[in-house]
Design a protein around this ligand. Sequence first.
Ligand SMILES: O=C(O)CCC(=O)C(=O)O
Ligand SMILES: [Fe+2]
Ligand SMILES: [Fe+2]
Length: 407
Amino acid sequence: MSINLKTIDNFLSNEECDELIKRSEDKLTDSTVGLNGEAKIDDSRKSKTYSLCNCVPFEQGIRKKVVEYLGIEDKKLEAIQLQKYEVGGYFNEHHDAFEGENLYRFGLASGNRVATLMVFLNDNSSGATHFPRLNQQYLPKKGMALYWDNLNKDGSINRDSLHAGLEVTEGKKYILTCWVRENNFDNVLDKRLFDEYVKGLQRNKAGIKIPQYSKSGYNLVHTPKGVLEAANEVLQLSENHTIEDSITKDYLPKGQTKLYPLDYHKQQRDTIVSLVKPMLENWVGIELELTSIFGIREYGIGSRLLWHKDREHLLISATIPVQFDVPWNLEVEDNNGDMIDVDLKVGEMLFYEGALRLHGRNTRFRGKSYKNMYVHFAPKYLLEPPTEVTTFDVAFDKPKGPQPTYI
Ligand SMILES: O=C(O)CCC(=O)C(=O)O
Ligand SMILES: [Fe+2]
Ligand SMILES: [Fe+2]
């Protein structure tokens, strides 16, 4: 797919370019790059950066010009940056869009960098911006902007957007870089969500080595009719009995959830457990004990369940869709450590080893309502009083019977 690379002559006036350079003079710091989820000074980039403050009419005017040209909401634009390269300065080949760890660190709320608008603030016969895959390069030309897309329609990185700032061999080179995000730019929320995501990965605090109980790691099976009937009865009976859901804040950025607790509906709850338990026991080949069945969780539009591992006693689990208007992929780690997508339908359920394997729903839910139920078990022998104290028993946070806790 094309990156829609184009030039816009005289995007900024000579006076605007000069004023921007002047304003940056005593405020420049070493430029950084995102490496394994951290902003670092690195040999791949040699330049200095000034982030526009957007606090004076002149800088606000520049931002307005960019936003209007791009036809985007102001909130989607990152803080505009000025970059200064001296002789010997360069920026090696890179994509402006984030991938891997960097997307997690810098894009959980804001999303990726959809597009770049770059403006040359002075002329130079070196330090061209080079697009190796397109065999195109542009020498700095005062006031001229370059525009290109960084992502394909499906959100993946458009590899043709690879580019470099070639080495400056004489004079100085000044540019502005303007990056547009998929969502509203919020770097504070990006950081908070990343910290929470890391917490989710490190959830097994006691550092217990969790064994794999099943051969396959996960398993897609039919949901017994009785389970769905019982769950639907609970939904009908508990119309006015939803409770606040504590998961929202930590694992569901922006999403809304409600809980239909099963505690008020013992009969349905016992039916569900008695039907699912033997199936899970058959899957892992050992006797199990219920450790948590919380209720039916209803996710609203925009929900996203960040990848995480469950707590140590939520070892062998089933996730059971009950009703939804739009499908929502679930990802679970397979035996090779790869995340695989599961498109669960009502009438199917997924068995997974939640404390061992990463899982979540990392794309935002696009529908209005997704009602899902989770049932968690642990091997029975782990829950019986230890006959002798082993390291494992000491570290294991033993639940006593069903726990009204989740994740
Ligand atoms: O200096 C250039 O020509 C390219 C700059 C760039 O790619 C960036 O700042 O992301
Ligand atoms: Fe770039
Ligand atoms: Fe989980």
